[in-house]
Design a protein around this ligand. Structure first.
Ligand SMILES: Nc1ncnc2c1ncn2[C@@H]1O[C@H](COP(=O)(O)OP(=O)(O)O)[C@@H](O)[C@H]1O
Ligand SMILES: [Mg+2]
Length: 353
């Protein structure tokens, strides 16, 4: 697929806004509905998100950065804006603009159903029901969006925080990847980034990221695999200190998909589709990154193309020696000690968002 253009006009406009010494204020943007910041619809690790509307009636979500010093917020604001203004795909969040008036705000199109996390795990009685066909559509859409970020937009983008709370749903249950606050551009000549600051969401971390700070496409693939498990099972990624991976992967590998399916679905699902999603999830959460598929393989696997499975086996063989240079050997003793470290760190983590 051809790489997509930058959306230069929007990009320039947004950067102008962000760097302009006098960017628009929220009042200018929202006009008479400047009081919209009373309607809190979401909260993440770094921000509060409010529902509002533009003067022309268009519904928006205003993300107000709340965490960190002014310098940290400014860095996060510019970094998220730089990436969100660069991406343009049906399965990524839609930027409307930004404004700075004491606080820093990024303005998005409103996704009326909120996040996949709130639909799956929220407590509201009027939350929409996610039947299997919708879950399957959501899984395919997120995979398409992530493939675009990794391989088809101008730069390689690693999201670094793929999770149910960072997937928005439009009224047609079209998923949109949001929250590019931790996302990184990966220059072509680098195999991966090494990060020293540990950020992201417990339960979704790939082992090599957790242990060695390695960030590349395969760390996103691991998180995507965890997200697929969340979609199939309806569970959270960590329940009472047990990871969804430790529980579900052995069952999926033994072909016991029935034992992991969300009980609220009953028998109302397409057996073939759920097996494809289960198998793909299991491959994405392999401990060793070399055994995980790339997103272009994932999108084919999810659609149940058997020849993709064979192609996958060949690709693993072909790239094994290359990738082995980049990935430390992951033997079982080390894995157990890593798991223990996972547990220790989990004890000091707030996993509520
Ligand atoms: N465009 C939007 N439409 C509807 N809800 C949104 C939108 N953007 C964010 N939200 C809600 O706000 C929450 C936090 O937004 P997010 O961008 O993930 O912030 P953070 O960087 O603080 O995690 C999301 O999980 C979601 O529930
Ligand atoms: Mg978030």
């Amino acid at each position: 697929m051809a790489k997509k253009g930058l959306g230069h006009e929007l990009w320039r406009k947004t950067l102008d806004n962000a760097l302009n010494p006098n960017p628009p204020t929220l009042g200018t943007l929202l006009g008479s509905s400047a009081s919209a910041l009373e309607n809190l619809i979401g909260r993440g690790g770094f921000s509060e998100v409010y529902k509002g509307s533009l003067q022309n009636g268009r519904l928006i979500a205003v993300k107000k950065l709340t965490t960190g010093s002014t310098d940290e917020k400014t860095a996060g604001f510019l970094s998220e804006l730089g990436i969100i203004a660069h991406v343009d795909h049906p399965n990524t969040a839609k930027l409307v603009g930004c404004c700075v008036d004491g606080e820093m705000h990024i303005v998005f199109e409103l996704s009326t159903l909120g996040s996949l996390g709130s639909v799956l795990h929220g407590s509201g009685s009027n939350k929409p029901k996610l039947d299997w066909s919708k879950r399957y559509k959501v899984a395919l859409g997120i995979a398409d969006g992530l493939l675009y970020l990794h391989e088809n937009c101008e730069r390689r983008i690693i999201h670094r925080d793929i999770k149910a709370e960072n997937i928005l749903l439009t009224e047609n249950f079209e998923p949109q990847i949001c929250d590019f606050g931790l996302a990184k551009w990966l220059p072509e000549q680098l195999t991966h980034h090494n990060v020293s600051t540990f950020e992201g969401t417990f339960g979704y971390f790939a082992p090599e990221y957790f242990m060695h700070g390695i960030v590349d496409e395969k760390t996103d693939v691991y998180s995507f695999g965890v997200l697929l498990l969340v979609i199939i099972t309806g569970r959270k990624p960590v329940v009472e200190m047990q990871s969804i991976v430790t529980w579900a992967k052995p069952l999926l590998d033994a072909n016991n998909v029935k034992d992991v399916v969300d009980p609220s679905l009953g028998d109302d699902y397409d057996q073939g589709q759920i097996e494809c999603v289960g198998l793909t999830a299991s491959m994405c959460v392999e401990q060793s990154p070399i055994l995980r598929p790339r997103m272009n393989q994932v999108v084919t696997l999810l659609r149940g193309n058997d020849s993709a499975l064979n192609a996958k086996a060949n690709t693993v063989q072909r790239t094994y020696s290359q990738e082995l240079l980049d990935v430390q050997e992951y033997n079982s003793t080390k894995y157990l000690s890593d798991l223990n470290r996972h547990k220790q760190i989990a004890l000091s983590f707030d996993t509520s968002y």
